[in-house]
Design a protein around this ligand. Sequence first.
Ligand SMILES: Cc1cc2nc3c(=O)[nH]c(=O)nc-3n(C[C@H](O)[C@H](O)[C@H](O)COP(=O)(O)OP(=O)(O)OC[C@H]3O[C@@H](n4cnc5c(N)ncnc54)[C@H](O)[C@@H]3O)c2cc1C
Ligand SMILES: *[C@@H]1O[C@H](CO)[C@@H](O)[C@H](O)[C@H]1NC(C)=O
Ligand SMILES: *[C@@H]1O[C@H](CO)[C@@H](O)[C@H](O)[C@H]1NC(C)=O
Ligand SMILES: *[C@@H]1O[C@H](CO)[C@@H](O)[C@H](O)[C@H]1NC(C)=O
Length: 486
Amino acid sequence: MEGKKIVVVGAGPVGSLAALYASQRGAEVEVYELRDDLRNEETTPLNFTKSINLALSERGINALRSAGNPELLQAILLQTIPMYGRMIHTRTSTGALSKQSQLYDVHGRFQRSVDRGGLNRVLLDHLDSLPNVKLFFQHKMTGADFRKKKAWFEIKDPTDSVYDRPREVEVDFDLLIGADGAHSSTRYHMMKYARTDYHQEYIDCLWSEFTMPPNESGDFAISPNHLHIWPAGSFMFIALPNLDKSFVCTFFGPVELFQRLENGSDDDFISTFDEYFPGVTTYIQPEDLVSQFKRNPHLPLINIKCSPHHYGDSVVIVGDAANAMVPFYGQGMNAGLESVRVLFSKLDENSDIAEALAGYTTERTTDAHTIAELALGNYTEMRSSVTSPLYKWRKYIEETLDKYFPSLEWATQYSRVSFSNMRYSDVVQYSKRQKRILTTFFLSLAAIAVAAPSVALWFYLYRYNRQRRFKLSWSPKSLTAFLNST
Ligand SMILES: Cc1cc2nc3c(=O)[nH]c(=O)nc-3n(C[C@H](O)[C@H](O)[C@H](O)COP(=O)(O)OP(=O)(O)OC[C@H]3O[C@@H](n4cnc5c(N)ncnc54)[C@H](O)[C@@H]3O)c2cc1C
Ligand SMILES: *[C@@H]1O[C@H](CO)[C@@H](O)[C@H](O)[C@H]1NC(C)=O
Ligand SMILES: *[C@@H]1O[C@H](CO)[C@@H](O)[C@H](O)[C@H]1NC(C)=O
Ligand SMILES: *[C@@H]1O[C@H](CO)[C@@H](O)[C@H](O)[C@H]1NC(C)=O
């Protein structure tokens, strides 16, 4: 990488981390970002077009840690709030509010609530201080030639234009890293060069964000150390804590419900919330709730899978650009940050960039597709299985084994995804194996439960028949004789 010119498109969390990794390897790095600098106070707030806070877990932290700058990691972790479990909010049959805490992990490991902007800011500040990194805001990638290794960017600054049309710049590079999000322009242009399989899917769910202010004494309105969930079948409301003692809440629901609420009256909206998300209207004033719903955008959720993630030795995509996923496993950003770590480990191992990128595609597409599917599966699962007795049983047994016999390495899928750095595809293999073993175990138990009375009956019949000096037989006749005699 020494002396090579690396262009990063997109200065979100993933692009910023990629720029940091590249700069540490001695590359000349240029970062091009469509939006204005988010650290600029005058920047128009995005008003929740992006989720404001996220669950940061081990994979994301490990990728930040592997950037080899402990102070930077510390600065980010200082801005996080530990969440040790979920807090499930429901109403009892008598109508009283009920809260139930479920710990994430038997070993006390936790998720961290982090402000996306805060994390991004720390990374950008650090990039600013590096002599071999240049940041260009308000630069939109509009085209690229990945054979000639050139890309074109439109300058969005209205004061810098010729004849009212945005000015365009041409940029050369040795390697371009596309971290430009779900609607990636890099991916779009890469697909003209690489034979790319591509699949995108919108699910029947929209989301909208709300702020829950601190309570009257200026404290967190609900427990800060939980991820709060109001489950309601096909829709739900969640809340994650912020350092300023507010919460960012997200309402997820089917398109039809959103349309009904958008077109219905304010009272209808409030009563729907009261019915399904008990307590929320006491933490967020009803009028405020309604006006936030009207003001903040209602956004779709997309799942994207594509392969390969690179072309030749000139371009590679990471983060949402390569694998956007629905947020139901809380892994999108974590997976994106992990992709950066994996990418650079391949580049470190192999000085031939094309081979390193091919190695990255091979390893990472498998894992990216796995977590995208888990997230999608969890969208359905969350609505049903979390409450099913069999699910709870399996979770209970796996957690007990993990707690008391850690050497068996019998962790739940959730804890392997959230608290380890095991490859996503390996996590699934382990879980499948565990599921097979547990299923065999349950089936044997069931077989014993069914067999035991039959054996007892057989034994009884046998003795009965012997007493009566009948030949032992299972014929309906002997059974009728037996039944008649009892
Ligand atoms: C409701 C919701 C909840 C979520 N919760 C979690 C969670 O709890 N945990 C978790 O890990 N993940 C979560 N995610 C996923 C997470 O938000 C994303 O995975 C993460 O932000 C991806 O980061 P990124 O840097 O790849 O992309 P982005 O954050 O989308 O950044 C891409 C950047 O590229 C820029 N860009 C776009 N086009 C161009 C262009 N043509 N030229 C130049 N620049 C461009 C954009 O302006 C943007 O700054 C959630 C997502 C949603 C929607
Ligand atoms: C965000 O909200 C503020 C105040 O409600 C408003 O002035 C601003 O125009 C909004 N920004 C966007 C991008 O919608
Ligand atoms: C605010 O919340 C805290 C706990 O988070 C609680 O102790 C306090 O009584 C609450 N204040 C009001 C006015 O509800
Ligand atoms: C689905 O995701 C939720 C939220 O991240 C998590 O609590 C739950 O354990 C996940 N379910 C499964 C089956 O992994």
